[in-house]
Design a protein around this ligand. Structure first.
Ligand code: 9UX
Length: 72
């Protein structure tokens, strides 16, 4: 099924950080859409939950050096 979840992200301070979040998650199979909101410090993601999870997406964001926490 498709899930829509919010991931809180601390440590983004400019558009380059936003680009890094997109890049680090770019190869995740099953991740359909991601919108990153710099001002609100979060990403909204939609994904196929038979292929990936909000936790896996957050882990990838952590690997890029940000503090990512699944919000919902
Ligand atoms: Mo902007 Mo983010 O120069 O690590 S890319 S602060």
């Amino acid at each position: 099924a498709t899930q829509t979840r919010i991931i809180n992200i601390d440590g983004m301070t400019c558009g380059g950080c936003v680009a890094s979040v997109h890049t680090t998650t770019g190869d995740i199979d099953g991740l359909d859409t991601m919108t990153v909101d710099l001002a609100d410090k979060l990403a909204t993601v939609t994904f196929d939950d038979s292929k990936t999870s909000a936790e896996a997406i957050a882990a990838a964001i952590e690997e890029a050096g940000f503090d990512a926490t699944v919000a919902n």
